[in-house]
Design a protein around this ligand. Structure first.
Ligand SMILES: NC(=O)c1ccc[n+]([C@@H]2O[C@H](COP(=O)([O-])OP(=O)(O)OC[C@H]3O[C@@H](n4cnc5c(N)ncnc54)[C@H](O)[C@@H]3O)[C@@H](O)[C@H]2O)c1
Ligand SMILES: [Zn+2]
Length: 367
């Protein structure tokens, strides 16, 4: 008798926060285990799947047998990440007679996760949510940590709550259908984790980039697992983003500025963060906080990952202004995350406008 090689057991990463403890389970093909996972979590019996039509067309069949409730499909995309979409989820729940013994299961990218999570945080003052992220960004970032919410016409993520999921199930096989640009956008956040906390992860990306782009499920489970572990540790230490969680903002000050300058149309979030990481590393080298070879290693990896949208038409001065309006300004001071080596960062509060301008010029913005 020959035994076929056993699939590696799923990784189980604990997240411990003052408000809740839960586990992120990661493994290729793990969505098939969702039913038993829900039972193991004692998830309340009325289970409502929330997703969007394009995701449901691709992956709904795998989840449909979980529940006899009709799936709640919300319109796809960032522009529908708004209060009225949350209202549609309430409508469906109320019409179906949902009560407190209800579990919401969010199957989708960051938008579905944030909207469904916010509905769960507020419906009947809070019902449990399970996150089943289907984009790389959601698998390594948005599904973990309990930040949920929606945009307002006057700004991104202005309305929200902290509502930790009761469980997170990450199946890298769901990424096989993800458009290449979305995949790459999520991968920049994985690069971020490498730079802020793990040289081995960074080296793994550097040495295995072609296999990662082929979406080898075992390799993806590895790098996603490592990313989730870093996010889980940071979130566990710092649920509400006071101290260590700030390192997760590496690349985001200038990244958010670029997104705002281009009205959230030109870049996928991760692409803007890629520029933000490059700018922050230039700034760090300028201060003698980071070595030139480490900056070059980051630049080479990002360059090998593929083209980024152009920035040469954007003004460095306007980017600096936009960075000053970012949420990371606390008491008039910009908290800026600087890499000090691949794998470590520090937060400084004395970055001058001049340094910011030079850093954005160094990545291609016009002076
Ligand atoms: N809560 C947090 O902590 C947190 C952290 C980071 C980002 N976010 C939020 O996440 C959102 C971005 O998330 P996103 O990048 O996942 O975008 P998204 O949810 O809009 O998904 C991107 C696109 O991919 C499609 N898609 C999703 N899964 C797919 C699959 N398996 N195959 C094919 N197509 C698929 C979606 O239909 C969508 O068109 C933003 O709103 C951002 O604010 C939240
Ligand atoms: Zn991000």
């Amino acid at each position: 008798m020959t035994l076929s090689p056993a699939a590696p057991p799923p990784q189980r990463i604990p997240v411990r926060t003052p408000s809740a403890d839960y586990v992120v389970e990661i493994g290729a093909g793990s969505s098939a285990r969702l039913a038993s996972l829900l039972d193991g979590l004692h998830a309340p019996a009325r289970r409502f799947l929330v997703s969007s039509p394009p995701i449901w067309r691709l992956h709904g069949a795998a989840f449909e047998p979980l529940t006899s409730e009709k799936p709640i499909l919300i319109p796809d995309g960032e522009r529908h990440k708004q209060v009225s979409t949350v209202g549609r989820i309430y409508d469906a729940l109320i019409r179906a007679g949902a009560d407190r013994a209800t579990t919401i299961i969010a199957v989708g990218g960051g938008v579905v996760g944030d909207v469904a999570g916010f509905a769960a945080a507020t419906f009947l003052r809070g019902v449990p949510v399970v996150q089943v992220p289907t984009t790389l960004l959601a698998q390594v970032d948005s599904a973990i940590g309990g930040k949920v919410g929606v945009n307002h016409a006057l700004g991104k993520n202005l309305i929200g709550a902290f509502h930790q999921p009761i469980g997170v199930l990450v199946d890298p096989e769901l990424l096989s259908t993800l458009p290449r640009r979305e995949f790459r956008a999520g991968l920049y956040e994985v690069v971020k984790y490498g730079v802020i906390a793990s040289r081995p992860l960074f080296d793994r990306l550097t040495s295995s980039l072609p296999a990662i782009f082929k979406r080898d499920p075992a390799l993806l489970a590895d790098v996603i697992g490592e990313s989730c572990r870093i996010k889980a540790v940071v979130v566990s230490a710092d649920e509400r983003e006071a101290g260590p969680r700030r390192a997760l903002n590496f690349g985001h000050t200038i990244g958010h500025a670029l997104e705002a300058l281009t009205k959230y149309k030109r870049f996928r979030h991760g692409e803007a963060v890629a520029y933000g990481m490059l700018a922050a590393s230039e700034l760090a080298v300028g201060r003698g906080a980071l070595s030139a070879p480490d900056r070059d290693a980051l630049r080479d990896l990002i360059t090998r990952m593929g083209p980024l949208p152009a920035v040469t038409d954007l003004s460095a001065g306007e980017a600096v202004e936009a960075a000053g309006r970012d949420k990371k300004v606390v008491g008039g001071r910009l908290h800026f995350v600087l890499p000090t080596a691949i794998g470590t960062t520090t937060t400084v509060t004395d970055v001058s406008e001049d340094e910011l301008r030079r850093a954005t010029e160094a990545i291609g913005l016009r002076g």
